[in-house]
Design a protein around this ligand. Structure first.
Ligand SMILES: NC(=O)c1ccc[n+]([C@@H]2O[C@H](COP(=O)([O-])OP(=O)(O)OC[C@H]3O[C@@H](n4cnc5c(N)ncnc54)[C@H](OP(=O)(O)O)[C@@H]3O)[C@@H](O)[C@H]2O)c1
Length: 339
């Protein structure tokens, strides 16, 4: 049997079967995670620094452990969700021996560097390690409509995927443990740009003027359907970006650029903040000026990268760029593993 076959078999066997899981940290999010495991019928052991926070979960059927060590040894799968990685290291740092042979899933928010440091520590402790991100608020935990992102050992992920599915839709984004927090930041950025773009257009269509006075609710019925077209463009443009070729099809950058003028004008006319519209018009201006009027919209990636200088990559400016930005460090390399 190949490794893949054994992995799949193990995942299938565990679907619908009660598992044993420990949750360390019962703040707003940790309590929601533990509650979702209890609701899914898993034997859930819980621990929190402030002990009283375990009472409500114990009343629902969770087992309240007297210490973090006792909680860790109760289950093969240990989920930790604290306010910071510093707290994670304080709690699990002294428990390397207890964690050996188990899988630690860290759902604490942190940077890519934190994730890699903790993965190095877990490997030294002979524990499986997944670094995860909860893409919802506590009330959304347990709803399969929300994604949970995991990065790290594919084997550990497959082994515990069915149990983790109690929290939401589990998605493995790669073996590099830094990836979950990089995805988190990128996806939040996408959410903020989309929501801000939507807010601008709600203001625009709701303002006085020719047409206008449309309610946010009425407009959003139409905008929601339009998002299908936006998704279509994203899927069409992603391979273009990966290949570095930007054939326009029927919608060249030049046409986008002309319509952007209309948007900037309409915003100014109605007293709406026009800076976001000016931002993408500026990107398009530079691409058109450089001779890319006949390319697709995806060409603008070259003006978004490296502060808008298409040659930024060739200068090697992006080495460690993402990690440095997200962590405030400049070397982009993981530091020493926690004690
Ligand atoms: N809440 C959300 O909407 C949300 C959404 C996505 C992701 N998250 C992430 O989930 C994580 C937890 O958030 P939360 O909302 O649950 O925070 P929270 O309600 O403030 O709870 C923080 C938890 O961390 C524990 N803790 C902090 N420092 C500790 C230490 N040194 N040793 C032991 N335990 C320690 C606290 O224990 P005590 O009870 O003893 O203080 C508590 O259990 C964060 O990384 C957050 O970014 C939260």
């Amino acid at each position: 049997m190949s490794t893949d076959e054994s992995v799949n078999e193990s995942a299938n066997v565990s679907i619908g079967v009660s598992a044993e899981v420990t949750v360390l940290g019962l703040g707003a999010m940790g309590a929601a995670l533990a509650g979702a495991f209890v609701d899914a019928g898993h034997r859930t052991t819980v621990w929190n620094r402030t002990r009283g926070k375990a009472d409500a979960l114990a009343a629902r059927g969770a087992v309240a452990a007297a210490s973090a060590a006792e909680a860790v040894t109760a289950s093969p799968l240990v989920v930790i969700c604290l306010s910071s990685y510093g707290g994670v290291h304080e709690v699990v740092g002294p428990l390397a021996g207890e964690l050996a042979g188990r899988t630690l899933v860290n759902l604490t928010s942190g940077s890519p560097v934190h994730a890699r440091e903790t993965a190095v520590w877990a490997e030294r402790s002979r524990a499986g390690y997944l670094d995860g991100v909860i893409m919802t608020t506590p009330s959304g935990v347990g709803d399969r409509g929300f994604l949970q992102l995991y990065a790290g050992s594919p084997t550990a992920f497959e082994e515990h995927r069915a149990t983790l599915a109690a929290l939401g839709e589990p998605l493995h984004v790669g073996a590099d443990t830094a990836l979950s927090s990089v995805y988190d930041t990128a996806l939040l950025g996408l959410m903020w740009s989309t929501l801000t773009g939507w807010l601008h257009t709600v203001a625009l269509i709701g303002a006085d003027g020719p047409g206008g006075n449309v309610s946010a609710t009425a407009y959003t019925e139409v905008a929601d359907r339009w998002m299908q077209t936006v998704r279509f463009f994203m899927r069409a443009y992603a391979p273009q970006i990966d290949s570095g070729h930007y054939p326009s099809g029927e919608f060249p950058l030049e046409l986008h650029r002309m319509t952007m003028d209309v948007l900037v004008h309409a915003c100014r006319l109605r007293g709406i903040d026009s800076r976001t519209a000016e931002l993408f018009r500026d990107l398009a201006d530079r691409a058109v000026a450089a001779g890319h009027a006949g390319d697709s919209y995806a060409r603008l990636i070259e003006y978004v990268r490296a502060d808008g200088r298409p040659d930024g990559r060739a200068e090697g400016r992006l080495d460690g760029h993402m990690e440095g930005r997200l962590d405030g460090r400049t070397d982009g390399r993981p530091g020493a593993a926690p004690a």
